[in-house]
Every structure is written in structure tokens, then in C-alpha cells.
Design a protein around this ligand. Structure first.
Ligand SMILES: [Zn+2]
Ligand SMILES: [Zn+2]
Length: 261
């Protein structure tokens, strides 16, 4: 059975586990290695279960714990060529096995594919993981908009973790400097609640049954607001929570609920 767990999600740090009961992968290492290993242990996932670490991009909220984690786990670190090049200037152990993704890769029983996301880093990507039996989980955060390729890769995934970063009104009324507001809402920034929400009915129609809203802004969003925006969009498309889909909001600083498919 496929398992998905966010260990942290948001601008303070990101990390998720995807795998089976026995082994799997991490996507990002943006919190301390100690916190990552402790949270996995709490879910009865031993450190040896982690076969590889996939990185979405080199922003610190995605790689802060990578240096220590690589020393502890000694597993390969994979990312797009641009991200791997950017990681070369980061403090990482000489033994780190950095691997550029040039196509789908197999890690144990999992197949992992990356897809490009529009974001202001070297070469940001999302991931789609296919489990034995064909179950798929897609993950896409840190993107200014949903590109046709992103939509194509996420459609048909049973579970999708997607960014719902900010409420436009909160961002515009908030205390961020004007230049930062423009960055966040620009085409290479982050995805708003409403842009996320308007895509969700398409996902449910494609076969998605579990939605996880992720990478919420601390300053420009509330979990309830992100959730309500998503629910409104889905219910106006005739879809009922608890019947057609399950909706979770990934907590920023603590692990979310383990999703088992
Ligand atoms: Zn981020
Ligand atoms: Zn970022």
C-alpha cells in the first residue's frame, strides 16, 4: 500500500515521505535531520527505509537539513540538472552522491518522474511517484501557476499534494514590501488559494480522491481559509467532501496525518 506523509510544509521547511510500509523516498530535506528522523521513527519508519532523497529546488526551506541528513543516511540525492548544479555550491559532504535526473528513475519498487515548475530557482520541479499496482502520488509546490505539463502530470494521481500558498487579499493588505508581494504573486512565485482551488475539480474528475494542500504561507494565509477556498470550488463543481474526495491541509511545522492508499 502507498503511504504519504508530510513532515513539514511551508516556508519554514518542507519534507515529505512517500513509500510503502517497508521503504520509500523523501522529497526535500528543509527541516533538521534530527526532526526528519524523529518524525519518521514516530511513524515506525526506520532510517534504513529511506532509499533516496529527491530535491525540488535549492531554496533553503527545501534543503536546510540536507547536509546532516546525507551524512546520517548516505543515500543518493536526486534533482533536475539545474538544481543539482545549484546544490554543488552548498555545504554537503564530499561523499554525497548527487544525481541529475534525465528521465524517470526506479527506486526499489517505485518509479519517480519529475516535471518542471515555474519558480524563481535554477530548475524547480514537482514529482510523480508510481507504486506497484499503478497507484500514483503527485506533488507540486513552489510554482507561480499551473502549467499544462503540471496539470498533465497530476491528472490521474490518486493523491495530489498541491501548493495553496496565499490568499490574494491577505498578501495585498499585508506587511510584505511591494517587491516581495510582486515576487510571491508573479509567474515564478507561489500559487494562490484561488488558483489552486480552481484546478481541484479537474483533478477529482481525473480520478484523484485525496487532496493535500501544502506550502501555506505563515503571513498571508490561514489553514481554514485555504481549506474553505478549496471546498467552495469543489462544491460548486458538484463534488462532495467525504464522498468524492478527502481534503487535508498539511501543517507547517509538524507532521501531517499519514495517508494510506
Ligand atoms: Zn518553498
Ligand atoms: Zn522556493
Amino acid at each position: 500500500m502507498a503511504r504519504f506523509l508530510t513532515l513539514a510544509s511551508g516556508s519554514s521547511g518542507n519534507c515529505a515521505f512517500l513509500g510503502t510500509a517497508r521503504r520509500g523516498i523523501l522529497i526535500d530535506a528543509g527541516i533538521s535531520a534530527t526532526a526528519i528522523l524523529r518524525s519518521l521513527q514516530e511513524q515506525q519508519i526506520p532510517p534504513e527505509a529511506v532509499q533516496a532523497i529527491f530535491i525540488t529546488h535549492e531554496h533553503s526551506d527545501h534543503i536546510k537539513g540536507l547536509n546532516v541528513l546525507v551524512k546520517r543516511l548516505n543515500v543518493p540525492v536526486l534533482g533536475t540538472p539545474g538544481t543539482i548544479r545549484a546544490l554543488c555550491s552548498q555545504p554537503l559532504p564530499a561523499s554525497a552522491r548527487l544525481t541529475e535526473l534525465r528521465g524517470p528513475v526506479e527506486v526499489g519498487e517505485l518509479e519517480v518522474e519529475s516535471f518542471r515548475l515555474p519558480h524563481d530557482s535554477a530548475e524547480c520541479c514537482g514529482y510523480r511517484v508510481t507504486f506497484p499496482g499503478g497507484t500514483r502520488i503527485g506533488m507540486a509546490t513552489d510554482m507561480g501557476y499551473i502549467s499544462p505539463e503540471t496539470a498533465r502530470m497530476l491528472r490521474g494521481c490518486e493523491l495530489v499534494c498541491i501548493e495553496s500558498n496565499y490568499d490574494l487579499r491577505m498578501l495585498e493588505m499585508g506587511s510584505y514590501p511591494y517587491s516581495l508581494k510582486l515576487r510571491v504573486k508573479g509567474p515564478n512565485g507561489h500559487l494562490s488559494n484561488s488558483d489552486c482551488a480552481s484546478f481541484l475539480p479537474e483533478l477529482i474528475r481525473s480520478g484523484t480522491t485525496r487532496l493535500v494542500l501544502g506550502h501555506l504561507s505563515k503571513n498571508n494565509n490561514h489553514p481554514q481559509l485555504a481549506r474553505d477556498t478549496a471546498l467552495r470550488s469543489l462544491s460548486s463543481a458538484g463534488m462532495t467532501v467525504g464522498v468524492d474526495y478527502i481534503l487535508e491541509v498539511a501543517p507547517r511545522d509538524i507532521p501531517g496525518r499519514m495517508m494510506i492508499l
